[in-house]
Design a protein around this ligand. Structure first.
Ligand SMILES: [Mn+2]
Length: 326
């Protein structure tokens, strides 16, 4: 099973519903938009439906208005003969969108998460790919389709964000070759970088600076962890344009000697749901740790959502990380 089965499915079907995981980010959106362009180039129809709206930070992506937030009418109004899920390890992570496939249309599953459960009729899962966008790039190549500038931007964004700007261990020679190929299309890398990682409102910058002192070290200073919570502001991550829980990890993982960085934050609107984000420098497989708590992802970047008291959860997760380091 792999790219061949995916291509057979693409050829066979005419109308594609494309979706990805909740908490949309660069690779999910980049893959969706590039895949949408791909099937349209083949003269077929496609729509993108997600659990949520495109985050403000990604509204510069060409064609992003095609990606819609799910609503109740869609279930009966939208017709498709293929359900395509990108960058998503499990149908459950599409939340409500998975319920749109009531007629059980064949599923294409293209993903690079090692934790992928293989839920499709055509499954192409490649954990060695830097990103799902890199896999969509391969699909273009295999089908001998050319990259227009819009598609090049989308695929570049997916690879950029999933590799931490080409710094993480998943960055390969192939990733750089693919990027070189895309940059020919006059992709403005500086503008993209500024849109995604900079342009931070000053007030958010100041809020962020209050979280940095929350970073603590434990287990021979090999684990850095942070509770993303401010006693004065409470749930400070809500309604901001930057994801503080993610941003704090970029600093935590940079500390000398740190192997694993982990952040804990309460989910917006859900009192007892704690989002746990894990990053590893490579020695520790954080996918295995996240899996024990019902989550998953990649060996060096994973996450899970746990219900309960935040301080108890912090203790439990840190204990699991320590065990895996012994
Ligand atoms: Mn991805």
């Amino acid at each position: 099973m792999g790219i061949k089965e995916v291509i057979e499915r693409i050829k066979k079907h005419q109308a594609f519903l494309i979706t990805s995981h909740t908490r949309l980010e660069g690779d999910a959106l980049g893959s969706e938009l590039a895949f949408c362009n791909l099937v349209k180039k083949l003269g077929k129809k496609a729509i993108i439906v997600n659990e949520e709206e495109v985050p403000a930070r990604y509204r510069f992506l060409p064609g992003e208005h095609i990606a819609k937030k799910i609503d109740k009418q869609m279930k009966s109004n939208i017709k498709f003969d293929c359900f395509t899920v990108l960058d998503c390890s499990d149908l459950k992570r599409c939340r409500m969108v998975s319920e749109m496939n009531v007629n059980k249309k064949p599923i294409i599953n293209i993903d690079h998460h090692i934790s992928n459960v293989g839920f499709g009729q055509a499954n192409w899962v490649d954990p060695s790919a830097s990103s799902c966008s890199e896999m969509i790039y391969k699909l273009y190549k295999k089908l001998r389709l050319s990259f227009d500038r819009d598609t090049a931007v989308c695929l570049y964004v997916g690879m950029l964000t999933d590799t931490g700007s080409f710094r993480y261990t998943n960055t390969t020679a192939f990733t750089h070759k693919a990027v070189a190929d895309l940059l020919v299309q006059k992709v403005e890398v500086n503008k993209i970088y500024r849109n995604i990682y900079e342009n931070i409102p000053f007030n958010e910058f100041k809020i962020f600076s209050r979280v940095l002192p929350n970073i603590k070290l434990t287990y021979f200073n090999r684990i850095a962890w942070a509770k993303v919570h401010d006693p004065l502001l409470g749930n400070i991550n809500d309604g901001l344009s930057i994801d503080i829980a993610e941003s704090v990890l970029n600093f935590a993982r940079a500390i000398e000697g740190v192997d694993v960085a982990v952040s804990f934050k309460k989910n917006a609107g859900k009192k007892d749901e704690i989002r746990v984000n894990l990053r590893s420098q490579g020695k520790v497989d954080v996918n295995k740790i996240a899996k024990r708590f019902g989550g998953g992802g990649h060996p060096t970047a994973s996450g899970c959502t746990i219900r309960g008291n935040i301080d108890k959860i912090i203790r439990r997760v840190l204990e699991e990380i320590k065990k895996s380091m012994k």
